[in-house]
Design a protein around this ligand. Structure first.
Ligand SMILES: *[C@@H]1O[C@H](CO)[C@@H](O)[C@H](O)[C@H]1NC(C)=O
Ligand SMILES: *[C@@H]1O[C@H](CO)[C@@H](O)[C@H](O)[C@H]1NC(C)=O
Ligand SMILES: *[C@@H]1O[C@H](CO)[C@@H](O)[C@H](O)[C@H]1NC(C)=O
Ligand SMILES: *[C@@H]1O[C@H](CO)[C@@H](O)[C@H](O)[C@H]1NC(C)=O
Length: 392
């Protein structure tokens, strides 16, 4: 519902803006991999986060590298807040109230967030806000597919920044652009060995995209619902704390679950602060699903069933049994391109083609990640969508 209103507002505003004239869509791309050209802005660099360190020290190296970019991005959020409520009142409220909840966050998240605030010099409340923001404002495409040999391939576009300030001169979303330099790949280790890997925004401690080599791959997409995230998060701030933050659950699952089945059970059954879609891939044939979540429980689990022709599952931001919003149909073009690729030819390479086709690729797309569980591969690329390109 909130998304619907945002889209209506965006369309009203877009109607006055000539760069939104079609073509928004294009025929399925081919031969886009290895990434190059104007839709590819660069490879993502790797960092190690040592889980044996105390939580407050784990992100120091990442933040030391990305401090300027983090400060710039937070400043843009402040500017947006000031445009909304002039005089800095909203930012003051954030700086004063949000630090009060940091110690209510489950271990190790509160301490990691404090460490990030200390290392970057950004006020604690604003780092918390940044971590909440991702929980409720990500729009995405995720797909898990099984190739003809039973190998699982998992890809995703992370789209973020809808309605967070349109830069008319650059024809881009202010926040999406500022997030791109913050994208990092992280190798989480214990005893110097990889526990899991993820694509992340520096400064953010939850997980939206990750792989546990040889076990499972996981992405999270936002689900819009009347019983939405704002209510659960408000309840948390006001003291009712029986749910868990969505991206903290995905992080905990990546860190602790040891199999597809265990991951699926925890993602389906744990009470959440907000609804979500979890897209989970396993390590053997038939293991791939979309878990559609309400705050309380799983509403539906759609699984790969290659024998009956369903060799992939694909999720954007709408329940799979409902039509997507007509203004925001990234699902039909993505499914069309998956169909055209066929099970015989699906691979990291052709998954990248699908995720590079407009409007699956759009002005909000910050990164594309490709994962293959059997080889433990996670690779990610910063994206750009030069005009003409769908704004969402
Ligand atoms: C427009 O984009 C360019 C390149 O991304 C950047 O250098 C410039 O600062 C942007 N302009 C504005 C007004 O944000
Ligand atoms: C799949 O995961 C299970 C559970 O972690 C593990 O026992 C098994 O060895 C894995 N299989 C492969 C092919 O990696
Ligand atoms: C994709 O293929 C499936 C199975 O053949 C079919 O039901 C579906 O309509 C196709 N979708 C698109 C968008 O081509
Ligand atoms: C799969 O790829 C091969 C080689 O690139 C091509 O010849 C073949 O037509 C493709 N098959 C389908 C069903 O697209």
């Amino acid at each position: 519902m909130a998304r619907f209103l945002l889209l209506i507002l965006t369309v009203l505003f877009a109607a006055t803006s000539s760069q939104f004239i079609p073509p928004y869509t294009e025929d399925c791309r081919t031969g886009t991999y290895p990434p190059s050209g104007p839709t590819f802005k660069g490879a993502v660099s790797w960092y190690t986060v040592d889980l044996d360190l105390p939580p407050k020290d784990r992100w120091t190296a990442v933040i030391a590298d990305k401090k300027t970019e983090l400060v710039n991005m937070i400043q843009a959020i402040r500017d947006l807040a000031d445009a909304f409520v002039p005089g800095g009142k909203l930012v003051q409220l954030v700086d004063v109230t949000l630090p009060l909840i940091v110690d209510t966050l489950p271990y190790p998240f509160g301490d990691e967030i404090k460490g990030i605030a200390a290392a970057s010099g950004v006020p604690l409340g604003e780092v918390i806000l940044f971590n909440i923001f991702y929980e409720v404002f990500t729009v995405c495409t995720s797909a898990v597919a099984e190739d003809a040999n039973g190998n699982l391939v998992h890809g995703r576009n992370l789209d973020f920044g809808l309605f967070m300030g349109w830069d008319a001169k650059n024809k881009s979303w202010v926040l999406s652009e500022l997030l791109k330099p913050l994208v990092v790949n992280v190798d989480f280790t214990r005893n110097k060995r990889t526990v899991f890997k993820s694509t992340n925004f520096a400064g953010y401690v939850g997980m939206l995209t990750g792989i546990k080599p040889n076990a499972f791959t996981l992405t999270m997409n936002e689900r819009f619902s009347l019983d939405g995230g704002y209510i659960g998060i408000l309840e948390w701030i006001l003291g009712k704390r029986d749910g868990i933050w969505m991206s903290f659950l995905t992080r905990s699952v990546l860190e602790n679950a040891t199999s597809y089945e265990e991951a699926k059970f925890r993602l389906a059954q744990t009470k959440l602060l907000a609804p979500a879609y979890f897209i989970l891939g396993g390590n053997s044939t038939g293991e791939g699903c979309i878990i559609t979540r309400s705050r309380l429980t799983s509403l539906d689990i759609l699984e790969i069933d290659a024998k009956r022709g369903r060799w992939f599952v694909l999720e954007t931001n709408y329940d799979h049994w409902k039509e997507p919003l007509f203004l925001d149909d990234r699902r039909t073009p993505a499914v069309k391109c998956m169909n055209r690729t066929s099970r015989a030819n699906i691979s990291l390479k052709t998954m990248y083609d699908v995720l590079s086709t407009k409007p699956v690729l759009n002005k909000l797309t910050t990164y594309t990640t490709l994962m293959q569980v059997s080889s433990g591969t996670l690779e990610s690329y910063i994206r750009d969508c030069p005009s003409p390109c769908m704004p969402w």
